[in-house]
Design a protein around this ligand. Structure first.
Ligand code: LLP
Length: 437
C-alpha cells in the first residue's frame, strides 16, 4: 500500500500518491485505502469456492462495491450491515446450498435483535445461527410464511485462539456459536420448524496461526459427519492473519486451502455429493490496504521518554488501546522528501484525547512502548499502516471528535468515499431546549 518497510523509516506515498497532497486535500487525520491491494488479496483466495467478506472489518460502501465487483459475497451481523450490503448491490434471497448457489448475503450472529430479524425476514436472507434461540426465533417467523429454508450453524468447537483474548472466539470463555455438544439438539430443533441444516461454519479467532486453523478443519470434519449429508457447504470462517509488522511472512494460503480442501473432499466422498468450501475473511482482504494519515502536533520530553503527539487518537483507531495491537508507524516530512541521513530515536506515539491510554505504541495490558522513528518536526505527517480492517469501523465520537474522511486510491486517483463529519453532525438529534423541571 505504501513505501513503508523495514528498510525505510519514511512513508512519503500511499499507492503512488504523495502523503502531503492527500493531507492537504482531505485533511488530517484521514483514512486512505489502496484498491489494488484489496484486489490482490481477493485474488490470493481464488482457490476457495466462495469468498465471503466479513464487512465488519471495513464496510464503506465503496469498499463493498469494489469487493462485490471482484466476485466476493458478503456477511452481515446487524440490520445496518444488511442495509449496507443491499445498498452495495448484493442481491437478497436465501440461496440454495444443495444447488451450489450460495446466498449473496448471510446474516451471521449469536442473536437476532428485533431489527435484524425483521430485515432477515423481509429480504428472505440466509441465516447462520450462533445460538439455539436464533433457530427458534427464525423458525417461528418462517413457519407461518411456509418457508422451509436451509440454515447454517456456527459451531463453537470448545477451543479457540486469537491475537488477543478479546478476539478469541472459541472455547468456554467465548460467547460465540452453538456449543459443539449441542449440534444434534440444534439439528432436531431446526427440523421442528421445517428448517434443514445445510451448512456448518466455524470462526475461532482472529490472527490465528496455521496450526490452530488446521485444528478447526479437523474438528469441522467430525462435526459435519455428525450432522450428515444434509450439509452441502462448510465455512472456514475468518481469522486469516495479515503481516502487521511488515517483516512477518504472509500467511500460506495454499497450505491453508489444502487443509480445508482435504476436509471437504472427505465429506463429499462420504456423502456422494459436492460440498462447497467457503472462507470469510475480514482483515486479510482489508487490513493492509489502509493507512491513517495524521499530523504531528507536538514533540515533547517527559523525563527519560520523548513523546510524539499526533492529531489522531483512539477515537480514530482503537486497536492499540483495546488489544495492544501493533501497527507500523512512519514519518513523512511536511515537504514529502526524505532526509538523506536521518537519525532514528525512540518515541512514544500518542493522540490528543483526554485519556492516558490514548497511545499508539503499547502492548496488551496498557504497557507503553517506544518505537524507533525518524525525529519529526511539528507539521510533519505520521502514517499509521495496516489500518484498513477494524480501523474506521471501530471509530467513535469520543471527546466530541468528528469521524474523519475516507479516501480510496484506484489507478493513482484518490477519491473521497466518505466525507468527514462536521461539528453540526455531532449535535444532530440532540435537543438544545433547556429543561425546567
Ligand atoms: N467471521 C466471523 C463470524 C467473525 O466473527 C469474524 C470476526 C470474521 C469472520 C472476520 O475475522 P477476520 O478475518 O477479520 O479476522 N476487532 C478485532 C477483530 C474482531 C473480529 C470479530 N470477528 C480486531 O481489530 O482485531
Amino acid at each position: 500500500a505504501s513505501n513503508a518497510g523495514p528498510t525505510s523509516p519514511y512513508v512519503t506515498q500511499i499507492a503512488g500518491v504523495a502523503v502531503p497532497a492527500l493531507a492537504e486535500r482531505f485533511g488530517t487525520p484521514c483514512y486512505v485505502y489502496d484498491a489494488a491491494m484489496i484486489r490482490q488479496r481477493i485474488a490470493d483466495l481464488a482457490p476457495f469456492d466462495t469468498v465471503r467478506y466479513a464487512q465488519k472489518a471495513n464496510s464503506n460502501l465503496s469498499v463493498l462495491r469494489l469487493v462485490r465487483g471482484a466476485g466476493v459475497l458478503v456477511d452481515a451481523v446487524s440490520a445496518g450491515e444488511i442495509a449496507r450490503a443491499l445498498a452495495a448491490g448484493y442481491q437478497p434471497g436465501p440461496g440454495d446450498h444443495a444447488a451450489g448457489q450460495p446466498a449473496e448475503i448471510i446474516y451471521t450472529a449469536d442473536i437476532f435483535d428485533r431489527a435484524s430479524l425483521d430485515a432477515v425476514i423481509e429480504h428472505d436472507l440466509a441465516v447462520n445461527c450462533g445460538s439455539p434461540d436464533m433457530i427458534d426465533q427464525y423458525g417461528a417467523r418462517c413457519q407461518p410464511l411456509g418457508r422451509k429454508r436451509g440454515v447454517t450453524l456456527r459451531i463453537n468447537p470448545g477451543f479457540g485462539h486469537g491475537h488477543s483474548q478479546k478476539v478469541n472466539t472459541g472455547g468456554e470463555g467465548s460467547k460465540h456459536g452453538v456449543w459443539h455438544e449441542q449440534i444434534e439438539m440444534c439439528v432436531e430443533r431446526a427440523a421442528r420448524y421445517g428448517l434443514t441444516v445445510e451448512g456448518l461454519h466455524m470462526h475461532i479467532g482472529s490472527g490465528t496461526d496455521m496450526e490452530h486453523l488446521g485444528r478447526v478443519a479437523d474438528a469441522m470434519q467430525a462435526f459435519a459427519l455428525r450432522v450428515g449429508p444434509s450439509v452441502h457447504a462448510i465455512s472456514a470462517g475468518g481469522g486469516l492473519s495479515t503481516p502487521y509488522r511488515g517483516n512477518e511472512p504472509p500467511v500460506d494460503v495454499a497450505a491453508y486451502y489444502s487443509l480445508w480442501d482435504a476436509t471437504r473432499r472427505r465429506l463429499a466422498e462420504a456423502w456422494g455429493h459436492a460440498v462447497a468450501l467457503e472462507i470469510e475473511p475480514g482483515r486479510y482482504l482489508a487490513a493492509e490496504s489502509g493507512s491513517l494519515v495524521t499530523e504531528v502536533r507536538a514533540v515533547k520530553q517527559m523525563g527519560t521518554k520523548e513523546y510524539i503527539l499526533v492529531d489522531a487518537g483512539f477515537n480514530n483507531l482503537v486497536r492499540p488501546a483495546m488489544y495492544g495491537a501493533y501497527h507500523p508507524l512512519a514519518v513523512c516530512p511536511a515537504e514529502g522528501v526524505p532526509q538523506p541521513s536521518a537519525a532514528l530515536a525512540s518515541f512514544v506515539v500518542a493522540g490528543p484525547l483526554c485519556e492516558s491510554g490514548d497511545i499508539f505504541t503499547q502492548k496488551e495490558g496498557g504497557y507503553v512502548e517506544e518505537r524507533s522513528l525518524v525525529r519529526p518536526r511539528v507539521g510533519d505527517y505520521l502514517v499509521i499502516g495496516a489500518v484498513g480492517a477494524y480501523g474506521y469501523t471501530m471509530a467513535s465520537n469520543y471527546n466530541s471528535k468528528p469521524l474523519v474522511a475516507e479516501v480510496l486510491i484506484d489507478g493513482g486517483e484518490p477519491r473521497l468515499i466518505r466525507a468527514a463529519q462536521t461539528p453540526a453532525d455531532l449535535l444532530r438529534g440532540e435537543t438544545s431546549e433547556s429543561s425546567r423541571d
